[in-house]
Design a protein around this ligand. Sequence first.
Ligand SMILES: Cc1ncc(COP(=O)(O)O)c(C=O)c1O
Length: 465
Amino acid sequence: MGSLSFEKDFEPSAVTPRGLAPPGLIANGDFGEMKRLKVATPTAPRKNLNVAVTEPGSRNNGPSLDCILMNYIDTLSQRINYHIGYPVNICYEHYASLAPLLQFHLNNCGDPFLQNTVDFHSKDFEVAVLNWFADLWEIEKDQYWGYVTNGGTEGNLHGILVGRELLPTGILYASKDSHYSVAKAAMMYRMDFEMVNTSVHGEMDYSDLKVKLLQNKGKPAIINVTIGTTFKGAVDDLDVILQTLKDCGYTYDQFYIHCDAALNGLIIPFIKNMISFKKPIGSVTISGHKFLGCPMPCGIQITRKSYINNLSRKVEYIASVDATISGSRNGLAPIFLWYSLSAKGQVGLQKDVKRCLDNAKYLKDRLQQAGISVMLNELSIIVVLERPRDHEFVRRWQLSCVRDMAHVIVMPGITREILDSFINDLLQQRKKWYKDGNVTPPCVAEDIGAQNCACSYHKIDFIIP
Ligand SMILES: Cc1ncc(COP(=O)(O)O)c(C=O)c1O
């Protein structure tokens, strides 16, 4: 059997240049907005790897199950050095120690703090992890409630639901650059939704927030604050948002703040003490598989204990109380999180943060020196650059592209060698793409600011002021 190859076997996902939004997909150029598709999306289907479920007796001529798996693992191992477009930390060594746990079904269904009737859960580890985050975000152990989620999306769905239950007539405010799960929450909960403008860097436009808060003055505000936006890594300023609420006359009982810190929730605290329950915020969520690293998707959601009764329901079947979104919950994830946090500690995480920030700056500087449009926000490890011209390159480096931009997320596993190899490949390819001058690199001034744009027009503008 030939080895499985993503290069051969996967089609690049459909990438649509600006102005050619797929019919039915109303993109509006935003990240947070999701609109209903009216026609089938033209996104290319994934080519499959010809893996089938076969009956045990019918595999005489085909490869064994182990052989198929070994090929798959081989392919993943080869592709690992090209995994630079999405925020997953693949740098963990706990799988060997924790592999024996796979022989048990661990299910953390229900409330992490209450007794279960079944012993096959990891709620002690879950609470240990939650306590660690409660310390980090400055809330006393007897004042918070939380759980290990299936990821950042579930955290957002939960945080916004807590806000909606506290303030049922509240309007949800989120910036254009917020994650699409926020718009999904508005749709699922049928909430009124105000999309707030953003700067070219991706940060919330506080004057637009102010205008909208004043327009809706009679109704409470549920605000999603993004601590590290998905595409540009911009950090909404929680303190400015709190001041804006105050200036608009919103008292503490008239607003709820959910902080979506999916990626940056484990970066920011080591640079600047911004996320704190000493401030009037309602909930904070992160993804566990992002900066910390975990082989399965997971996340952490923390809110105030006094808020959770609104959501809690007694469930006789599980002999527990439930205020979570999921039913069954992955009991392995809290153990992986506990192991990573304990193995790294605050000092290890701090080192990761510093290395990633330094490497992100290295990438940005090298691209800039090579005359490529690039932007790197403060406190961010996301380097936004001009969209590479061809699908193959995008697919090889597994890049995420939006309009005329792509980004590289400089996670802990991404070394300078990987970055150098990416830069060299990009420079080589650009020589081919743009060699005869008929096609030029895209102008990204609107996306990342004229000062960061190196297109022929803005470069000249820059050199001859
Ligand atoms: C800001 C932000 N929020 C939420 C999410 C969703 O996280 P998850 O993929 O863990 O559901 C992401 C994912 O990239 C994100 O960037």
